[in-house]
Design a binder for this molecule. Structure first.
Ligand code: TYD
Ligand code: MG
Length: 450
């Protein structure tokens, strides 16, 4: 459906009623702040509308099923995508301003070897050319456009007939027929829909760059994420010069796969051994650190969990986390207090995943709780040990997925001891050089560690 009427109405997200004017409080259901702008779709007139697309037989579709994947020749990108780009797909590349989205998009294009149209709606064509030169991007099949209006962009697409289109960024593209400003909900929705329709019909792949807000969501409605086939986020931290590419949604591959890059003056470089990167500045022989073999998508990455427990001097004790869920930490602190008698109530607790990774894997529990206990008791966790296990409310250590890959990575990086859940002992292979110790509870783990 194409929304291109110029008349704007307001929809209440709560009761669904329509209004011609904006109200702070919905006149129908009396909720506050639920009205948002909406452009109604054109009426679907049978006589003048577009003819319906032809139906197709499943068998003929299956014959075409190995629509070729096109590789960008940047291994980290291709893996995150699930094996390269599929023609006719729409990809959203999100990230904070300045994180490196335009740089990455340009580098991807350079490796494709296809006709490409780069719509630089944010920077001038000259700026883009200079950047391309700096990155060493040279291609005779690389078309650049400084256009901002969506219908003009689609016209250019018809002329150039590219296999790939980059929109940099969706927040600066607009449809003239709508009254609202570029970047507004109705503009994003309309431009997104137009691009989606064009890419499915003409079979080109479109990479849409979108800025995210401080809270980490694509500026604009979630619906942009629902619309596209793949959502990639480029993340990173000002303190580090590496960047992490993560797939948050992928209709053609697994999610939560990550690609890791190192920033250089000539662009992003792939990091083929991320564990080494994350452990590079590791402190050894210090209390409050533990190593966790994390699974990021299909790849194991060793990360250092750091914790600091100190007496709170005034007010409510602080709980400060970086890279893990703060509620998970609260739960682990409660287990420490109730099951292991380590009282945390009067202490500040800081937990940090070194290197700016974010982990949601519950298998990190044992390493987090051990790092906190290590700092609290001033006891060191041996530097050659990795810790794996989900911690339950009674202090039990539960088994986790993909234990073999985690252990292999630990062994490959020279770790000699691993503490893992008892439940994983039966079915895990023992990599050479790694002593494996199975534990059923956190108490058992601490007895072994400290
Ligand atoms: P840019 O790609 O413009 O970020 P975004 O499109 O997300 O806003 O990158 C921001 C700046 O960082 C730009 O001046 C180029 C520089 N940069 C490097 O020098 N090396 C790199 O590897 C990357 C990713 C960026
Ligand atoms: Mg940019």
């Amino acid at each position: 459906m194409v929304h291109s009427s110029s008349k704007t109405i307001f929809l209440c997200n709560n009761c669904g009623n329509e209004f011609s004017k904006w109200h702070g409080q919905c006149p129908a259901c009396n909720e506050w702040g639920t009205l948002s702008e909406f452009s109604p779709p054109k009426s679907r007139r049978k006589s003048h509308g577009q003819p319906a697309r032809e139906t197709q037989l499943l068998n003929t579709l299956l014959e075409k099923k190995d629509r070729q994947r096109i590789l960008s020749n940047i291994k980290e990108v291709d893996r995150v995508l699930g094996g390269g780009f599929l023609l006719g797909s729409m990809i959203l590349l999100g990230g904070q301003p300045g994180i490196g989205k335009s740089t990455l998009a340009l580098q991807i294009i350079a490796g494709l070897g296809q006709d490409v149209l780069y719509v630089s709606a944010e920077e001038s064509e000259q700026q883009l050319a200079l950047r391309a030169e700096r990155l060493g991007v040279k291609s005779e099949r690389f078309h650049v456009s400084g256009e901002n209006e969506i219908l003009n962009i689609l016209e250019q697409v018809s002329v150039v007939q590219p296999k790939f289109v980059v929109i940099d960024s969706i927040q600066t593209v607009y449809n003239e027929d709508l009254d609202s400003l570029p970047g507004s909900v109705s503009q994003l929705r309309d431009c997104g829909q137009q691009l989606l329709k064009a890419c499915k019909q003409k079979g080109f792949t479109v990479i849409v760059i979108g800025h995210v807000t401080k809270e980490g969501i694509i500026a604009g409605p979630k619906m942009l994420e629902h619309m596209v086939d793949t959502v990639l986020y480029l993340e990173g931290d000002d303190r580090y010069d590496h960047r992490i590419l993560r797939s948050a949604k992928n209709r053609f591959g697994a999610t939560n796969e990550v690609g890791i890059f190192h920033m250089t003056s000539s662009g992003l470089e792939e990091v083929s051994n991320p564990s080494e990167l994350f452990l590079a500045e590791r402190t050894t022989n210090a209390a409050g650190t533990a190593i966790f073999p994390s699974m990021e998508g299909t790849r194991p990455i060793l990360v250092e969990v750091q914790a600091l427990v100190s007496k709170a001097n005034f007010g409510i004790p602080q709980r400060n986390v970086n890279g893990i869920d703060s509620r998970r930490l609260s739960m682990l602190l409660a287990v420490l207090e109730k099951r292991l008698g380590q009282v945390m109530g009067l202490n500040d607790v800081f937990v940090n995943l070194v290197g700016g990774l974010k982990i949601q894997d519950p298998a990190a529990d044992l390493s987090i709780i051990s790092a906190v206990a290590s700092s609290n008791r001033d006891n060191i966790v041996s530097e050659n040990t990795v810790l794996i296990g989900e911690v339950g409310l009674t202090g039990e250590v539960r088994s986790v997925s993909r234990i073999d890959q985690r252990l292999q990575e630990a062994a490959a990086l020279g770790f000699t001891h691993a503490v893992i859940p008892k439940g994983n002992m039966k079915n895990s292979k023992k990599p050479k050089g790694l002593n494996i110790h199975g534990v059923g509870t956190v108490q058992e783990a601490f007895k072994y560690l400290f």
